[in-house]
Structure formats: structure tokens, C-alpha cells
Design a protein around this ligand. Structure first.
Ligand code: NAP
Length: 248
């Protein structure tokens, strides 16, 4: 079934990992997709080419989500290219892990800028178009770490907890205009990046998860389809945990 027929979605950080999985599934569900990346032009163009034989339109844009002006420019380009924006998925994110004792000011600021300020930048840029059409679904990517905290990730946890507070506030502000804003909090999702980790460590992580496996990008993408589509038209301000039961 196609739950996103004719919708236009912006997905930040679509060149790799979870974002790439969301782009692919959204196209399968009939959405037209504008996705961004920071520097992996090759991967982005390959994905764009792979999907361009599909009927919905797919286009990649190099755009730094942490830059306020760049977010405004991106949104204008997407409106020019696609005509409207129905869905925004703020997925782009980075880590710069270290114990607080060793964490530099630069690494704290960078993670907040890319993971949290980007959500402000993109939501602000897109909201005026959603307000006009009185329709929109915004999905922000947090993390189990934003809910629970994690040693060595104070910057990342702060950014991801900030995403939840921001999203609840946006849900309250924009609900009367039929614009919904929800959060997805993934647990341990296995991507190209995690495939480079020591297998023994990964096996330990898996066995600590109630469902006894790491998640896949498709697990997160399925939750995105639900929250982006009219299947969830009476749901806003919520955090959906896609973590195999890690927080249970
Ligand atoms: P990933 O594989 O490292 O991919 C990150 C994506 O974000 C890439 O497309 C990257 O573009 C893009 N990006 C990075 N900085 C950007 C910037 N300043 N502007 C625009 N795009 C930028 O990450 P992932 O594991 O798929 O994670 C995706 C999201 O889920 C993140 O928000 C992450 O915090 C969250 N999350 C992940 C997990 C997990 O286990 N993987 C768990 C919980 C939450 P380039 O390719 O050009 O660098």
C-alpha cells in the first residue's frame, strides 16, 4: 500500500544510514523526496540515480542543516522544485563522544549545532509553507540516549533531549493549524557505521536488547511512514521509541 502518495517530504541526512532507509521507503510509498547531505556527494547522487526511475521525484541537495541561512535557501529551492512541503524529517546528526573531562567546547558546540540547532533552522524555514497550507507533519530524530543519558555522550544526550522539548513545544504551537510534530527515539540501529565495530561488543549489545537484535534503518523508516502519513493524523507531541524494548 502507498501511504504517502503525492506528498512532498524533505529528509535531512539522506545519503547514508537511517536517512537513506527513510528516503527509499518514502519513495516506495509514493512520496516525492528532497533529501540533503553534508559532504557525501557520491553516495547522494548514486541514491538519486537509483531511485530516479521511480515515478515520484527524488532530488538530493548539499546543505548544512546547522546553518540557518542554508536551511532557508534549501527550503526555497525545494518549493521551487517540488511546489510544496508536506513532511519534514530532521534526521541529520553527528556524534563527538568523549568523557566530560576530555570534551572540548568545540565538540560540545558542534554537536548541539548539527543535532539541535538544525532542527530549529529547518522547522522555522518550513513552517511558513505548512502554515499556509494548514497541513504538515514534522518528525525529529532523537535517541534513546536523549531520554536516558549515556556516559561519554553528554553533548549528544543534551542535543537529543533538546530535540524532544523543542518538538513538544512546536506540537503545542502549531496543532491548531493541523501541523503535527513528533519524535522518534531509535535505540541501537545497525548501519554501515556499526558494521565496523568489534563483533563481540555488538553481540553483547544485541543480547541486552529485549528483542535480541539491533534495529535496522527500515525499522525506523516504517515508524516515519506512520508518523508522516494520515495514519497518525490524531497523534502529535509524542516520542515513539524504536528500540526493541531497550527502555522497558
Ligand atoms: P549516519 O549514518 O552517520 O548518517 C548521518 C547523515 O546525516 C548523513 O547523511 C550525513 O551526510 C548527514 N549529516 C551530517 N551532518 C550534517 C549536516 N551538518 N547537514 C546536513 N546533513 C548532515 O547516521 P545514522 O546512524 O543514520 O543516524 C541518523 C540519525 O539517527 C541521527 O540523528 C542520529 O543521531 C540518530 N540515531 C542513530 C542511532 C543509530 O544507532 N544509528 C541511534 C539513535 C539515534 P554525509 O553523508 O554527507 O556526512
Amino acid at each position: 500500500m502507498s501511504f504517502l502518495n503525492g506528498k512532498v517530504a524533505i529528509i535531512t541526512g539522506g545519503s547514508r544510514g537511517i536517512g537513506r532507509g527513510i528516503v527509499k521507503l518514502f519513495v516506495e510509498h509514493g512520496a516525492n523526496v528532497a533529501f540533503t547531505y553534508s559532504s557525501s556527494s557520491k553516495a547522494a547522487i548514486e541514491l538519486e540515480n537509483e531511485l530516479s526511475s521511480n515515478i515520484p521525484k527524488v532530488k538530493s541537495y548539499q546543505s548544512n542543516a546547522a546553518d540557518f541561512k542554508a536551511a532557508e535557501n534549501l527550503t526555497s529551492s525545494v518549493i521551487e522544485d517540488f511546489g510544496k512541503i508536506d513532511i519534514l524529517i530532521n534526521n541529520a546528526g553527528i556524534t563527538k563522544d568523549n568523557l566530560l573531562m576530555r570534551m572540548s567546547e568545540e565538540d560540545f558546540d558542534k554537536v548541539i549545532e548539527v543535532n539541535l540547532k538544525s532542527v530549529f533552522n529547518m522547522t522555522k524555514a518550513v513552517q511558513r509553507f505548512m502554515l499556509k497550507q494548514r497541513y504538515g507533519s514534522i518528525i525529529n530524530m532523537s535517541s534513546v540516549v536523549g531520554v536516558k543519558g549515556n556516559a561519554g555522550q553528554a553533548n549528544y544526550a543534551a542535543s537529543k533531549a533538546g530535540v524532544i522539548g523543542f518538538s513538544k513545544s512546536v506540537a503545542l504551537e502549531l496543532g491548531s493549524r493541523n501541523i503535527r510534530c513528533n519524535v522518534i527515539a531509535p535505540g541501537f540501529i545497525e548501519t554501515e557505521m556499526t558494521s565496523e565495530l568489534d563483533e563481540e561488543i555488538v553481540a553483547k549489545w544485541r543480547s541486552a536488547i529485549p528483542l535480541k537484535r539491533g534495529g535496522s534503518p527500515i525499522d525506523v523508516a516504517n515508524a516515519c511512514v506512520f508518523l508522516a502519513s494520515d495514519l497518525s493524523s490524531y497523534i502529535t507531541g509524542q516520542t515513539l521509541h524504536v528500540d526493541g524494548g531497550m527502555l522497558t
